[in-house]
Design a protein around this ligand. Sequence first.
Ligand code: GRG
Length: 348
Amino acid sequence: MRPSSGAPSLSDVSQEEVPAPIGMSPLLTLPSMDADRERIEDAMHAAVVTPDSYLNEIASHLIVAGGKRLRPVLAVAGAQIFGSVASNDVVRGGVACELVHLGSLYHDDVMDEADTRRGVETVNAKWGNLQAILAGDFLLSRASEIAASLGTEVAGLLARTIGWLVEGEMEQLRHTYDPSRAESSYLRSIHGKTASLYGTAARVGGIVAGHDRPVVDALTAYGNAYGTVFQIVDDILDITATDAQLGKPAGHDMVEGVYTLPVLRTLALDSPASAELADLLGSPLDAAAQDKALAIVRSNPGLASAVDTAREYVDLAEACCDDFPDSDATEALRAAPMALLASVPVPA
Ligand code: GRG
């Protein structure tokens, strides 16, 4: 999708206009969320208990290491838009989504041969690839068990969402080191690998809370749009943030051959910068080529154009909240997508 005319530019995303960066998401600071997060933590740990202490340790490794738990938080917030406290079943439904996320991270770290995640050694680095794959499978099995206990609709939805994650990741893999990757491939991939699980988490919150179908559908659309903002922002930060802020070298996606929206938009420019970037891409980059490619994307309008698109999905997510009742949860949901976009640094 190209940005529509009149869409805000990067410089429109001022710090005054936006509430807070991702760590301070309004979803995480909902008045009831402290108690809810305690229930989420308890349910996360309970979900991976097994008599096998070796498996138990490996399966809980990244849970202990932290994480924002955004998927259960979204399920809880979606359940609470009418003002009532989310049930324990809503919490468990959100936890099932978070366990799918976690399982996918175990597998992703094997695929990427990653050494660290959440500030600790990855499971593959600490125990090995085979252990990481099996423990990831175990997390998916526990997610499925929880989903099944919440009824066939939730079980079917979670199963389908796992398929969407795999499809999204496969789409990305198919176009690795492909500078002619279509933007539709990028959007399809991020919908599958990231947005769909946010959509499912919000939907599960609505289904288990017993909301009416139109509300459940609006929550799903919200989660999908929120997740799309999340991934586009993540991809922009990979270009704009410093190595220190990222905890890994900036431009990592480009080095790995994953050409994301700011890169594709730069390649699509009718300017010498596009040809210069295309010359560099298509195969692994050495350090000098990485710096050059980063400098090109950072200094050309493809970056602001990607921010414009993220802003369009922010608008979409906000609009999904229009028919929700006035409540703390609705307010937090409405503010959350723009808070994500606020984590993109504003250029001087
Ligand atoms: C086996 C379910 C399954 C999938 C296999 C590997 C794969 C296919 C999918 C992984 C896709 C992937 C890594 C998507 C990105 C996910 C993402 C948005 C990560 C960051 O999420 P945060 O910020 O992380 O919520 P924390 O650490 O806070 O949980």
